[in-house]
Design a protein around this ligand. Structure first.
Ligand code: PLP
Length: 388
């Protein structure tokens, strides 16, 4: 998408700019719904009503009931709340299974789980970047308390077979936590089909504000609060509710539900771009053999390190990342690509392009031209690489 600054923003899996209508709702709610939603006088009741409406919109996108939604400060917090609650509820179950390519917001909770007495094991992935269901089946047992598999991968965009994961968890009585942050707003919510016990969401990935996320909690699943105090969110997450942020999140979800219908068209743009990258640059597309999010492309051009390439693109007015935003500017080695069996030299060459709702064919064309210039800057060779 083109930003008002004229820059080309192609990193929508990292975050999205707030939609205009969402910003309007946020500003209005800051003025009109400033009351404490726990207060019993008019201003409090108005805030409570705004919060209730917002919860309904978020629930509609997630596919759950409104009273199954807990607002949190972020998706990271939602993941943490779900996983620590699962550890509390483990009883005499002693193992947790975490997919090898989970986002750090899930993967790095291993210590917390181990501190709570669970042994954490990794579920391997296939070379296509999908959780290996045969391995998962082999790992499952009546001693498994928690299984974590995300719905869609933030770097490769690979849609994980979460319906099958959900069935395996149900048949073994394990808590299934699904991080659906990247899937929501791009593909249908897996809540009904995969039947996770808990599912995490973030507003800022779908044109909502930063600073608010949600955890969907299936009825009968017991949450052990991390934040205690005023007993908000039905006692599951204390702290005065961020009503304006919730209202904006609700608006973003309402808009995302409408835009779901035209997201598949983004895959045609993405596929055309990848065809060009493969033909003209010899790019290797990661995760291409699996079903993917329509907007995401993760590729490597052999011999061209991703970081300087992303920097050259930045100088040319194009924002893309080398992978998870949390890692931008950091190390070259990729846990995700490593677990997929991608050779080391290609791991350091990875670049992620993630299209937005408003990205057009002209934007993708502009990206391809900028990439040609960036490659020339990085390699000093106008014909590099693979040009006829
Ligand atoms: N899970 C996934 C799949 C993500 O892509 C992200 C953000 O990149 C997160 C969790 C964490 O979200 P936040 O940093 O907003 O808490």
């Amino acid at each position: 998408m083109k930003l008002p600054s004229g820059r080309l923003y192609l990193d929508c899996n990292a975050t999205t700019p707030m939609a205009g209508h969402v910003a309007e709702v946020l500003a209005r709610a800051h003025e009109q719904a400033f009351g404490n939603a726990s207060s019993t006088y008019l201003e409090g009741r108005e805030s409570r009503a705004t919060l209730d409406d917002a919860r309904g919109y978020v629930a509609a996108l997630l596919g759950c009931e409104a009273d199954e939604v807990i607002f949190t400060g972020s998706a990271t917090e939602a993941n943490h709340l779900a996983m620590t609650s699962a550890a509390h509820a483990a009883g005499n179950r002693s193992r947790a299974l975490i997919c090898a390519i989970e986002h750090p917001a899930v993967y790095d909770q291993r210590d917390a789980l181990e501190g709570a007495g669970l042994r954490v094991e990794e579920i391997p992935v296939t070379p296509a970047g999908a959780v290996d269901l045969d391995c998962l089946e082999g790992l499952m047992g009546e001693d498994v308390a928690l299984v974590c598999v995300m719905a869609a991968h933030n770097e490769t965009g690979v849609l994980q077979p979460v319906d099958e994961v959900g069935r395996l968890c149900a048949s073994h009585g394990a808590w299934f936590h699904c991080d659906a942050v990247q899937a929501l707003g791009k593909v249908a919510s897996p809540w009904a089909s995969a039947r996770p016990s808990t599912m995490a969401a973030a507003a800022h990935k779908l044109y909502g504000p930063k600073g608010i996320g949600a955890l969907a909690v299936r009825r009968g699943t017991v949450i052990s609060p991390v934040l205690v105090g005023g007993g908000q969110e039905a006692g599951r997450r204390s702290s005065t509710e961020a009503v304006p942020l919730a209202a904006a999140f609700g608006k973003a979800c309402e808009m995302a539900l409408h835009s779901l219908g035209y997201m598949p068209a983004k895959s045609a743009l993405r596929d055309a771009m990848e065809e060009e990258l493969v033909k003209a640059r010899g790019a290797v597309i990661h995760g291409k053999a699996a079903p993917r999010l329509p907007n995401t492309s993760f590729f490597s051009i052999s011999g061209v390190p991703g970081l300087p390439l992303a920097q050259a693109l930045d100088e040319l007015g194009v924002a893309v990342s080398t992978g998870s935003a949390c890692h931008t500017g950091q190390a070259i080695e990729s846990r995700v690509l490593g677990r997929m069996g991608v050779p080391g030299e290609l791991q350091g060459c990875a670049l992620r392009v993630s299209l937005g709702r408003d990205t057009t064919g002209a934007h993708v064309g502009a990206f391809c031209s900028a990439l040609a210039q960036a490659l020339e800057r990085v390699t000093g060779n106008r014909d590099y690489p693979g040009k006829a």
